[in-house]
Design a protein around this ligand. Structure first.
Ligand SMILES: CC(C)(COP(=O)(O)OP(=O)(O)OC[C@H]1O[C@@H](n2cnc3c(N)ncnc32)[C@H](O)[C@@H]1OP(=O)(O)O)[C@@H](O)C(=O)NCCC(=O)NCCS
Length: 291
């Protein structure tokens, strides 16, 4: 694989994403209309690995990141090329390098429409659609379930949710969850003293993202989302879910959130999404890059 690529008149080389100024990464995502703040880039850069395409004077023309989650899995995200160099081969060049560096891992990502053909041609297969629900939180909180207890979970007690999350997500993402919990408020749902679900909320892109949301049923996912909505009345919130229909998505609409965008969950290697009846499920994504 080439370590440099010529795109129009630019000779681009690869650099580690940690070596470039955050403002340049922020400029790149802003140029393609993405909402990431400097703080979001900073967080993602600390949690994962990445490369950037830079020219001879250090200007950033592209990025791609990967996030190891457990021993044999990684999610891919922040794949961007600057609008003036798109459709010239830089996106494929960056992705080839990411795949090479993740060689022993099963991979998943949430693709925009613009990137779908690229990922298909790299051997990814389509598994599901992800719906981005966004809006100003309104409406009455959902009445709490009589047989379950909801409460905030201190970040240092996160171990309680790991086992539940692993059954839903399919991989051990405890490191990512621990880092998320440092910037999130976590709500846990217990039934008979056992953790049966949890949901985190954190600032992202100028609003509040609620995710991950992990629960046994739509009803429990509603309880968890509702707990966070009570704190967010009148504020902008976002939930990314792969639920296309059903009580959970109806509840989001009742609370003022509507579908604004979709993305396509794809995987390479072992199939990523394996829903098992009566087991917990991921109702809300941690984020597009983290799944
Ligand atoms: C998606 C994106 C990263 C692709 O980067 P790129 O530099 O344009 O990609 P490449 O030039 O390497 O093209 C790769 C493939 O994408 C497809 N493609 C790229 N531009 C295209 C266009 N204008 N029309 C149709 N297909 C196109 C082609 O299938 C191409 O395959 P080819 O190599 O056989 O020609 C870039 O368009 C982008 O940053 N978009 C905005 C952010 C985004 O959506 N990121 C993806 C997140 S999952």
């Amino acid at each position: 694989m080439g370590k440099s690529v010529r795109v129009k008149s630019f000779e681009l080389v690869t650099r580690d994403i940690s070596d470039v100024d955050l403002n340049l990464l922020h400029g790149l995502s802003t140029a393609v209309g993405w909402p990431h703040r400097l703080a979001d880039w900073d967080f993602l850069r600390n949690i994962g690995h990445g490369i950037v395409a830079v020219d001879g004077i250090g200007r950033v023309f592209g990025s791609a990141m990967w996030f190891p989650q457990g021993e044999d899995f990684a999610t891919i995200g922040l794949v961007i090329t600057s609008p003036r160099t798109q459709a010239q081969g830089a996106g494929r060049w960056l992705m080839d390098q990411v795949i090479e560096r993740c060689a022993c891992r099963n991979l998943s990502l949430n693709s925009t429409k613009a990137a779908f053909q690229l990922y298909l041609s790299l051997g990814f297969t389509h598994e599901a659609t992800t719906f981005l629900h966004r809006g100003i939180v309104s409406g009455l909180p959902f009445p709490p379930s009589p047989d379950a207890a909801l409460c905030e979970l201190p970040a240092d007690q996160l171990a309680e949710v790991m086992a539940c999350d692993m059954r839903a997500f399919g991989y051990d993402r405890s490191r990512v969850l621990a880092l998320l919990s440092e910037i999130a408020v976590t709500c846990v749902l217990r039934r008979n003293d056992k953790v049966v679900g949890y949901a985190m909320r954190r600032p992202f892109g100028g609003l509040h993202v609620i995710g991950p949301i992990v629960a046994d049923s739509d009803e429990d996912a509603i309880q968890l989302a509702s707990w966070h909505f009570q704190a967010l009345q009148g504020q902008a919130a976002r939930i990314d879910t792969r639920e296309a229909t059903g009580p959970f998505t109806e509840f989001l609409a009742q609370c003022g959130l509507s579908v604004e965008q979709t993305a396509l969950t794809m995987s390479k290697g072992r199939r990523f999404l394996n829903r098992i009846a009566a087991e917990p499920w991921v109702y809300g994504l941690a984020g597009h890059a983290l799944s």
